[in-house]
Design a binder for this molecule. Structure first.
Ligand code: GLU
Length: 307
């Protein structure tokens, strides 16, 4: 298949949508990003990459980091993790407090904010220290991306901490239900630092290979998680990866995926490739408007999806 040609067609077709989305301005440091940017990359199992647009530009991965932290928590806790977090779609906005109250402080899934904050808390308990947790997650991201240059942008995480009232409220609510072990500020700060990691679509598509290959990095041969765990992470990406637009994403794209409010999306094609797309303008549910469309075009044009 001529992937490069398909990516070129997609870039042309999404041009008219580039000004339609709105950048995430609730994080002031992200409000400054120009919305009319676009990049898309795919990485095959032998490491070959095809890209279009600004595929080397680094951007804030935000909630895509939730896939990495969830993977690590599963490595350490396995099924025990589900005592503190569910794995059902929320059907609610990513930062909703209401459902968490009704459900006694147990987050619906690891990909809404409450769930990811809870996952971070479990990692801090495992490592016994918030800074070590931050560094270990960063190391894990570097290792699955095979790129030691990956780092966080602390201007973004500090900006988020200053305006992080709602995420702090989620953490406090979980603490009040005895479903958070560590200090609320330390947990939320560590979560924000992971969200502020910066990567390009080339790096992100590379980082998804182990999930496309049943837990084993097909290039390095390293097993990161069990086959069963890879299946579960992909399932949660499919059902919960796009907040209250997860059904829509599954319907239109047909792949496990995870979005972030920085405008990035990752997607997994089992047994074939990792994909990433970036365009900072978001739709109403906080997912990249052009990114979602580009992935829909990709699966439609190639006929590749999990269905
Ligand atoms: N750091 C963001 C927040 O907690 C992540 C949200 C997202 O990317 O969807 O609000």
């Amino acid at each position: 298949m001529d992937y490069q040609k398909i990516l070129q067609e997609i870039q042309e077709e999404v041009q008219e949508l580039l000004h339609k989305g709105k950048v995430a301005d609730y994080i002031p440091a992200l409000a400054e990003v120009s919305p009319a940017q676009f990049a898309m990359s795919i990485t095959l199992f032998d490491g070959t990459q095809f890209s279009i647009g600004s595929a080397d530009t680094l951007f804030s991965i935000q909630s895509i980091s939730k896939v990495y932290s969830f993977t690590m928590a599963l490595q350490f806790y396995s099924k025990e993790l589900y005592k503190r977090i569910n794995i059902e779609p929320s059907g609610n906005p990513f930062n909703s407090l209401v459902q968490l109250e009704y459900e006694n402080g147990k987050p619906r899934n690891p990909f809404i904010n409450a769930g990811a904050i809870n996952v971070t808390d479990s990692l801090i308990s495992y490592y016994g220290n918030d800074n070590i947790t931050y560094e270990q997650v960063l190391e894990f991201i570097r290792s699955i991306s095979q790129d030691s240059s990956i780092d966080s942008n602390l201007v973004v995480s500090n900006s988020e901490m200053e305006h992080g009232h709602r995420n702090l409220a989620l953490a406090n609510l979980m603490k009040s239900f005895n479903n958070l072990d560590n200090d609320v500020y330390e947990v939320v700060q560590t979560y924000f630092k992971h969200c502020s990691v910066e990567m390009s679509t080339k790096m992100l598509s590379r980082s998804m290979l182990f999930l496309a290959n049943s837990g084993v990095d097909p290039v390095s041969g390293v097993r990161h998680i069990s086959t069963a765990q890879a299946k579960r992470i992909n399932a949660v990406m499919l059902t919960c990866g796009h907040y209250d637009a997860s059904g829509d994403f599954a319907f239109n794209v047909g792949l496990p995926g995870k979005s972030g409010v920085g405008g990035g999306i990752v997607a997994v094609v089992p047994n074939l490739m990792g994909i990433s797309v970036w365009s900072p303008g978001l739709n109403e549910q906080g997912n990249s408007l052009v990114g979602t469309k580009a992935l829909e075009l990709f699966t439609t044009k190639t006929g590749i999806s999990i269905f």
